[in-house]
Structure formats: structure tokens, C-alpha cells
Design a protein around this ligand. Structure first.
Ligand SMILES: *Cc1c(COP(=O)(O)O)cnc(C)c1O
Length: 322
């Protein structure tokens, strides 16, 4: 709490989220530290950011907010708005998992369905000029919530950190939060080692990967379908910060293909982790990173979204590929 930039004494909007389980699991013949960040009140790690951002809005007396999202951050922002009495208008691209859309319908005051992700952003940005844009991509308070992932990881590992943390990257809020968390603990003198941040993108939307490795993108900016819908974010207002954070930790960006994500999803479910396909992209990323890194490295990965968010998609994918 001391590290979070909100009033600590009143108006905190919380559902007692956090302290998700940390487990050591054999993944691909290697012991991996897995943080079950899908075990959250709304079913994804986005509750970390939503709690802090909506707390700030509540403390400022803001009465209505807008947000655009492909699913999980919309659920989180609208749920925390609902419990704090803030009106929440969402701009949502149609075509995502129906479970996510129905969850959002449960929480939000108003929904506008948009053609695609970029259209949703443009409309939310315009509407935000008249109310308040509670964006998980732009708003710094959201990122000061996601950093609690790193604080918990460190505390649960006995105040130490792994050699590398493999993170799925959509808008980059989890990666940036993790980086800020590392900096906070370092400046408080609680850690000396900085873990490498390994950003995972889908090969169907390789932005950031291309930028990091100074490559020209070969994929047109139209929508290329990926089952990892939660990281299919193609425009990054915080691109420079994201690239900088990965560089400073001596990490890297990797991409994973659709079939690698499907394999990782099967493997995760067989191991007892019922996660959504987006989270399986990170597991596929762990596998790729294992083929590149020193075999003594300790590696942690957050599993970011619950499988119940995408039951139909998961069943369809697994039956097609069995
Ligand atoms: C949002 C999301 C991500 C990506 O997080 P960003 O903060 O947008 O980079 C990864 N996995 C799931 C399940 C998500 O909902």
C-alpha cells in the first residue's frame, strides 16, 4: 500500500484482490515458477490495475468513466466502477469471446460495439474528452496497480526474484507495471538483482517484437486473427517505455505462432491450469525462451486470464487439434 500513489486512508475501491498462488511446476522438463494470476475476482490480472485506477477516480470524485478494451480490462474497470458507484461506458470491439462480452454486460452501465480494436479506441478517446478516460493503456494509475504482481512474486519467493520473467504483452500494462515494481523495490533497497523481462507477442501481430529487433514489419496493419485475443493490440501509446524497460533489464521480445499457442494451451490444461488462449501464449513463450537461455536460469511466468473467459473457443480449438 505504501508504494501505491493513492490516499491510503479513505475511499479505497477493492474486492480484496491479490496474493494469487505461486506454484513451482514442471513445464517442458524444466521447473517453472507459475503465478496463477487468472484467479482474480473478475478472472484476470487486470483487477490489479482496475482497483488502483478506480480508487483514484473515486477519490477525485469522478462520476463517470469510459474505457475501450477487447475484454478483460473492460470487465475489471466496469466491475470496480460498479462497486464504487461510478458510471462506466465501454467501447468494445465485436468478435471477441462471447463469455467476455456477457461478463461485461453484467457490470457496465453502457456498451458501444465497435468495428475493431482501433475503432473502439478512437470512440473511447473522443468520449473521454467529455467524461474521464479510464484507459488501461494510457492511465498511469492502472500501471501502479499491475506492479503489485512483482511485489507479490518477490515476497512469495522469500524476497528474491527469478532470473527472467516471461510476460505476455498486449498494451504493455503488465510488463510496465512489473518494471516499475522492480525499480520501486530496488530503490527501497529490497532487491539487488534485476530479472530479465521477456515480452511475448503473437506472430500474427509482431509489433514491438519487430521494433525491438529493429525489423521492418511484414504483416499489414489490418486485423490478422490470433487466438491470443488479449494481446492482439497493435497500437502502443507507451511503445518507447516498453522497449526501454525490456532493454534496461537485458531482456528480449519473442513471438509465438498459433500452433505453438495451441500446444501450450493443451499442455497447460493437462498440467491443471485452465487458462484462456492468450495466457497460453506466455506458456509458449516460456518454451521458446527455454531453448535460448542458460539451463540454470530460474524463470517465472504469470498466467493472466481464466479459461472460463473462453470456454467455447478452448473446446473448439482442442477438438480441432486433437
Ligand atoms: C490484457 C491481457 C494481457 C496483456 O496485458 P497488457 O497489460 O495489455 O499487456 C495478457 N493476458 C490476458 C489474459 C489479458 O487480459
Amino acid at each position: 500500500l505504501e508504494a501505491i500513489p493513492v490516499d491510503h486512508n479513505k475511499g479505497i475501491v477493492s474486492m480484496h484482490e491479490g496474493f494469487t498462488p505461486l506454484r513451482r511446476m514442471k513445464f517442458f522438463e524444466h521447473e517453472i515458477i507459475v503465478k496463477q494470476d487468472y484467479l482474480f475476482q473478475t478472472g484476470s490480472f487486470k483487477d490489479r490495475g482496475a482497483s488502483v485506477l478506480i480508487t483514484k477516480c473515486h477519490q477525485l470524485g469522478i462520476e463517470s468513466v469510459v474505457e475501450d478494451s477487447s475484454g478483460n480490462s473492460a470487465s475489471a474497470i466496469s466491475a470496480y466502477s460498479l462497486i464504487s458507484g461510478i458510471r462506466c461506458h465501454l467501447f468494445v470491439p465485436s468478435g471477441n469471446s462471447s463469455e467476455k462480452i456477457n461478463q461485461i454486460r453484467t457490470y457496465s452501465s453502457e456498451i458501444t460495439y465497435c468495428e475493431n480494436r482501433e475503432d473502439a479506441f478512437r470512440k473511447a478517446f473522443e468520449a473521454g474528452k467529455r467524461t474521464y478516460y479510464a484507459s488501461h493503456c494510457w492511465n498511469p494509475f492502472f500501471i501502479h496497480g499491475t506492479k503489485t504482481f512483482l511485489f507479490e512474486l518477490c515476497e512469495q519467493m522469500g524476497w528474491s526474484l527469478p532470473d527472467a520473467i516471461v510476460i505476455p504483452v498486449g498494451s504493455g500494462s503488465l510488463l510496465l507495471g512489473t518494471y516499475i515494481g522492480i525499480m520501486d523495490l530496488q530503490s527501497a533497497g529490497l532487491i539487488t538483482k534485476v530479472p530479465k523481462l521477456i515480452g511475448i507477442r503473437s506472430a500474427a501481430s509482431p509489433e514491438l517484437f519487430d521494433d525491438f529487433h529493429s525489423r521492418q514489419s511484414t504483416i499489414p496493419i489490418e486485423d490478422t486473427p490470433t487466438i491470443a485475443e488479449g494481446i492482439a493490440v497493435r497500437v502502443h501509446p507507451r511503445k518507447d517505455e516498453i522497449l526501454d524497460a525490456v532493454k534496461k533489464t537485458e531482456g528480449t521480445f519473442l513471438t509465438v505462432t498459433e500452433s505453438e499457442i495451441v500446444d501450450a494451451l493443451k499442455n497447460s490444461i493437462l498440467t491443471g491450469f485452465y487458462i484462456e488462449p492468450t495466457s497460453a501464449a506466455a506458456v509458449a513463450g516460456v518454451r521458446k525462451y527455454l531453448s535460448l537461455c542458460d539451463k540454470y536460469e530460474t524463470i517465472a511466468v504469470p498466467l493472466t486470464g481464466h479459461g472460463l473467459k473462453a470456454t467455447k473457443k478452448i473446446a473448439d480449438i482442442l477438438s480441432e487439434n486433437s
